[in-house]
Design a protein around this ligand. Structure first.
Ligand code: ADP
Length: 159
């Protein structure tokens, strides 16, 4: 079985992430969205909140599973028996970082391969940071995140 891992912060999941995931789920037999728990990073949403939002918005994807992990992505992938990582590319600015990351991961684990996917043009510019910034200023984020995410953020930060 062709199993791929889609690792990331997903803080929160956006329509860009979802588009990458949709394509990934069409290419691979199964995709595990692996939410990174990084205690050093000051996350906007808790790990549980990020995981449950992703579960909610991917409930109609039959071959997508959602999980979380801590530590090295390659170790996590090895434990799951996966040797493919999915990462997304937006602009040229993503390229250098993603290239370094994929090369570091191949150096750490020689069987691991990173596959880069892109989104439809209309989702290309979306990032979790942009969403947080716009939301923080009271702007409309409905074009950037799934409805469930928008509703959750509105409820959580209503006070
Ligand atoms: P990380 O902190 O690991 O970068 P993110 O949740 O920000 O986690 O992103 C996970 C992956 O999804 C990254 O490879 C990122 O480049 C990709 N990604 C996020 N948004 C988009 C988008 N709009 N188009 C293409 N790729 C995207």
């Amino acid at each position: 079985m062709n199993l791929a891992i889609y690792p990331g912060s997903f803080d929160p999941i956006t329509k860009g992430h979802l588009d990458i995931l949709k394509t990934g789920s069409e290419i691979f037999d199964k995709v595990i969205v692996a939410v990174l728990h990084n205690p050093k990073k000051n996350a906007f949403l808790s790990l549980d909140e990020r995981v449950s939002l992703i579960r909610e918005v991917t409930k109609n994807f039959p071959n997508v599973e959602v999980d979380s992990f801590e530590g090295l992505t390659v170790e996590y992938a090895k434990n799951k028996g996966a040797n493919i990582l999915i990462r997304g590319l937006r602009a040229v600015s993503d390229f250098e970082y993603e290239m370094q990351l994929s090369q570091a991961n191949s150096a750490l684990s020689k069987n691991i391969k990173t596959v880069f996917l892109t989104t439809k043009p209309k989702y290309n510019f979306i990032s979790s940071s942009t969403v947080k910034e716009i939301f923080g200023f009271g702007g409309d984020i409905s074009a950037f995140v799934p409805e469930e995410v928008e509703n959750f953020l509105k409820k959580k930060f209503a006070k």
